[in-house]
Design a protein around this ligand. Sequence first.
Ligand code: FES
Length: 108
Amino acid sequence: MRVVSFDTQEVNYLIVASEPYFVLRERDGQSLVTHDRCPHRGGPLHLGMWDSKTRSLRCPWHGTAFTHMALSRRAVPSVRTGAWLTVVLPVSPDSPVELSKRQVLANG
Ligand code: FES
């Protein structure tokens, strides 16, 4: 396992040993760090649209909706302290991790 901390005002996208994750901001102020590849055909979920009524994210490629519960199951463990998130990544401690900031349409 690799533990990484970052400021969510500066980082919202992680590439962990070639696997992409993004920070999905929840409306209650919490955050979820979830896998970015749609399980259908790998669409970029960070470019999907969030539906606050159904609390689901719609994939931009074929429109499959993923509930908050489904996204939570694909998320990595995380703890928030103010603007900082500490995440536990499912890789070895020496695995490469790239941190960046991207436009995450899912966050509006
Ligand atoms: S790739 Fe996401 S619904 Fe098809």
